[in-house]
Write a protein that binds this ligand. Structure first.
Ligand SMILES: Cc1cc2nc3c(=O)[nH]c(=O)nc-3n(C[C@H](O)[C@H](O)[C@H](O)COP(=O)(O)OP(=O)(O)OC[C@H]3O[C@@H](n4cnc5c(N)ncnc54)[C@H](O)[C@@H]3O)c2cc1C
Length: 439
């Protein structure tokens, strides 16, 4: 069966890792990369696995969510994490790389494998007659995006992130926040953070003075939909716009006080286990430091642990909960896998991780072996579970974070101790990985 050729589209972070994994299993790979014939607007070289912005893959500390993911990837034999370690520059607890050295080493590995044919060509349509991994990234070319849209159905392809922050439920102060549904209709499943006039005015001042992240040139033609405007854009329309929009207080009475407040921030459950809540209608492009200051000015969120910050940028991604298995196999075409940021995993490390998994699973699929699914006590398993099973209607890309992993069975005192909790979560995953994999 190993004489099957696999097509991998995109020699970015995910595609390069997927191709190297397939080569390790003995498969021949045609790895298609459209650069330098056509560029994305963000890439500047013709090299594989280019880092388009920061040169950091985030923490290496296993008690950090991204650090744990890297450890799991090392155990599973990730090529690019290994290359990153070889290309490391000093950056404290973070794994930062010399991007030129990194890409050159990845290119050398591709060449040395003897199994990967790096072809400079834009793929405009999903190849119909051969096993394929699509790893064309957040800036997938227009023609391929149009074909993916046709294959998946137009409602399943998104072109822009408009992400609201997510906080950890255990860090919300319920002396102030309360559960209620508007006009008491249905289950009281929303968490509400109430504000009086003074608190609202302070919040508004922080918001309107906060610095925003500038959109890149290639992002400027992407128009925001009126229904998902960033809060800072709404706030610029006038002091009361938010109180008539996402912070509308009407019908939300705090039963403890009987008061309908001046403004309310609502939080909606984000994952099945109920450990993560997103701020409804709070998509934002503020700098992260400002987001933290703003969120901590909301009564009830003074000490909120922010699991994901809001972002807005050009990003092509599929609706993975509708389309993919946690193995990254496409539900309606078994010899098609997706990998990288296009699946809704956000970040360099996460893109490599899903490339690794897609490569391993394509190889297992072609060998008629069981596909690899990790449990959600691991960061990689939790990430795959989240992107393939979360609410389809509100799906937005996510990076590794503690909110998505299975809850710890431990008493409340331990759960409140963040350091101890993350140590236990990390050890739980690494025990599992070390006893199940010896690659
Ligand atoms: C502007 C920008 C900045 C970012 N900054 C960061 C950051 O600082 N830190 C972070 O962790 N994450 C960042 N990300 C998010 C993400 O981690 C990176 O985009 C990452 O490179 C994604 O990996 P990937 O393999 O999915 O896609 P990519 O690395 O982009 O690889 C996709 C490859 O596919 C090629 N391609 C596209 N269409 C076709 C086609 N039709 N045929 C052939 N080839 C094609 C592209 O040229 C590209 O080489 C950023 C994203 C963007 C867009």
């Amino acid at each position: 069966m190993n004489n099957t050729r696999v097509k991998v589209i995109g020699a970015g972070l995910a595609g390069s890792e997927a191709a190297l994994q397939l080569a390790k299993y003995g498969f021949d790979v045609d790895l298609y990369e459209m650069r330098p014939l056509k560029t994305t607007g963000a890439h500047t070289t013709d090299k594989p696995a280019e880092f388009v912005c920061s040169n950091s893959l985030g923490s290496i500390d296993p008690t950090n969510a991204s650090g744990l993911l890297k450890q799991e990837m090392t155990i599973l034999g990730s090529y690019l994490i290994n290359v990153a370690k070889e290309s490391q520059v000093p950056a404290g607890n973070a794994l930062a790389i010399d991007r030129t050295v990194f890409s050159q080493k990845v290119e050398n590995l591709i060449q040395k494998s003897g199994k990967i044919n790096l072809i400079r060509e834009e793929i405009e349509k999903i190849p119909p007659d051969t096993p394929v991994i699509i790893a064309s990234g957040p800036l997938t070319s227009d023609s391929l995006a149009a074909d993916i849209k046709q294959f998946t159905g137009s409602e399943h392809l998104h072109f822009f992130d408009a992400i609201a922050p997510i906080v950890e439920k255990d860090s919300i102060n319920f002396d102030k926040a309360f559960y209620a549904s508007r006009y008491d209709k249905g289950e009281a499943s929303y968490i509400n953070c109430p504000m009086n006039k003074q608190e609202y005015e302070k919040f508004y001042e922080i918001l309107t003075n906060a610095p925003k992240i500038e959109l890149k040139e290639f992002e400027k033609d992407a128009k925001f939909f009126e229904s998902c405007l960033p809060i800072e854009v709404l706030a610029a329309r006038g002091i009361d716009t938010l109180r008539y929009g996402p912070m509308k207080p009407v019908g939300l009475v705090d039963k403890r006080t009987g008061i309908e407040n001046y403004a309310v921030v609502q939080l909606r459950q984000d994952n099945v286990s109920g450990t993560m809540y997103n701020l409804v209608g709070f998509q934002t492009n503020l700098k992260w430091g400002s987001q933290k200051e703003l969120l901590h000015a909301i009564p009830g969120l003074e000490n909120a642990n922010i699991l994901r910050y809001g972002v807005m940028h050009r990003n092509t991604f599929i609706n993975s909960p509708s389309l993919l298995e946690p193995t990254l196999q496409c539900r309606k075409r078994k010899d098609l896998f997706f990998a990288g940021q296009i699946t809704g995993t956000e970040g360099y490390t996460e893109s490599i991780a899903s490339g690794m998994l897609a490569g391993i699973n394509m190889a297992r699929f072609l060998n008629n072996e069981d596909l690899l699914t990790l449990p959600d006590i691991t960061m990689l398993g939790a990430l795959m579970k989240y992107i393939t099973t979360c609410d389809k209607k509100h799906f937005q890309p996510i990076n590794s974070n503690w909110g998505i992993v299975a809850e710890l069975v431990a008493d409340k005192k331990i759960k409140k101790n963040k350091k101890l909790k993350t140590e236990m979560l990390s050890n739980r995953s690494l025990d599992y990985m070390n006893s199940n994999f010896n690659i």
